[in-house]
Design a protein around this ligand. Structure first.
Ligand SMILES: [Zn+2]
Length: 271
């Protein structure tokens, strides 16, 4: 599943390719990708020009000359930017025909991805962006105390609380494991049992790990490969996720399911 670094990588590549291009037509083959009424989406996105590419959490934000198109890749969503009629397969569900003879193709084997249109005044004030917490790459001066209060309301393990996006946004299964390892926190601990200093450590680790992952264009593992010809390299820097031995103490790592998600951690180093 693409997490913040992989989505940020897609954003950067798309930004180079598609800025200032007009969307001349849209072909929607599977309506389930579009969260809006289909005609509302088409009426508002068609014939618009893409003026910028933004991101918040794991959402790609296509800034149009009027309004925004939000896109969440979920498990397997990928974009391809190619000359018209050079790629097609049964997993391509949405095609944006651009003004330069190229198309932006949205491929999604699992069909879990979502797109929607937001008016200029709606983007950050309505679901889903309204519900997102701290973005460790975008938000330089977060209100840590408010975020911590939000964390203390969670009645779940810290791993699950960090995956729900409302305290920190952008972390998924891989990077939560890495952040909790660097913060020396056991992922099975209850979220409302995390001290303020530990929470600050989680925030700082999120910044450093996500920054390094973005520099390496994200992680390429079995469950996620990027599109647009970008291969990530951060899998070479993972400390615990998918690993067997703790790189600090050399003890065997624990592998457990937390709320259904496979989790790796060190019982000695993470308390
Ligand atoms: Zn260890």
């Amino acid at each position: 599943m693409p997490e913040l670094p992989e989505v940020e990588t897609v954003r950067r590549v798309l930004k180079k390719d598609i800025i200032n291009l007009k969307i001349n037509d849209i072909i929607i083959r599977y309506n389930g990708i579009i969260e809006d009424d289909i005609n509302y989406f088409l009426d508002n996105v068609k014939n618009k020009t893409i003026v910028d590419m933004l991101r918040r959490g794991k959402y790609l934000i296509f800034k149009l000359n009027e309004g925004y198109m939000l896109s969440h890749l979920r498990m397997e969503g990928k974009y391809f930017y190619l000359p018209n009629d050079t790629l097609d397969n049964k997993h391509i569900h949405v095609i944006f025909i651009l003004s330069n003879g190229y198309s932006l193709l949205y491929q999604d084997v699992r069909k879990f991805g979502k797109m929607s249109y937001k008016k200029d005044n709606e983007l950050y004030d309505t679901h889903p962006l309204l519900d997102l917490g701290y973005d460790p790459i975008l938000d330089l001066n977060p209100n840590y105390e408010d975020l911590y209060k939000n964390l203390l309301r969670k009645k779940s393990p810290i791993k699950t609380a960090l995956l729900d996006q409302s305290v920190i946004t952008g972390l998924g299964n891989i990077y939560v494991d890495e952040v909790l390892f660097e913060s020396k926190i056991n992922p099975e601990r209850q979220a409302n049992n995390i001290s303020y200093d530990e929470f600050l450590s989680i925030c700082n680790s999120s910044v450093s790990i996500l920054t390094k992952a973005i520099e390496n264009k994200g992680t390429t593992i079995r469950s996620y490969t990027s599109s647009l010809g970008v291969e990530g390299n951060y899998q070479n820097f993972l400390n615990v996720h998918t690993k067997n031995i703790c790189p600090h103490c050399k003890n065997a790592l624990v592998r457990v399911k937390i709320n259904g998600r496979t989790t790796y951690y060190c019982k000695t180093c993470q308390r």
